[in-house]
Design a binder for this molecule. Structure first.
Ligand SMILES: [Zn+2]
Length: 85
């Protein structure tokens, strides 16, 4: 995956989605990052969760289960827990 910092992702998201609450989304993503650090697994397949996606959706799932796609090479993950640098 492509590493991105929380702040950079939040900035881009807020820029593109005017109704997103910056504080709220950052808090949710950081919480998902912490869960991933502790080894949280996808609720469907038990793979490591996609912290960025799980923070946005509020559901702990891996990239494939969240997006339905196998190819994650061009998608972002928060840098501190990016497992495929
Ligand atoms: Zn999964």
């Amino acid at each position: 995956m492509v590493p991105i910092s929380v702040d950079k992702f939040v900035n881009e998201t807020v820029k593109n989605n005017k109704d997103v609450n910056r504080k709220e989304i950052k808090k949710n993503i950081l919480a998902a990052v912490e869960r991933k650090k502790k080894g949280a697994g996808c609720i469907q397949c038990d793979q490591p969760i996609w912290a960025l996606g799980s923070g946005v959706t509020g559901i702990d799932m891996c990239f494939s289960c969240t997006t339905g796609e196998a190819d994650q090479s061009e998608d972002y993950e928060i840098d501190v827990v990016c497992y495929n640098r």
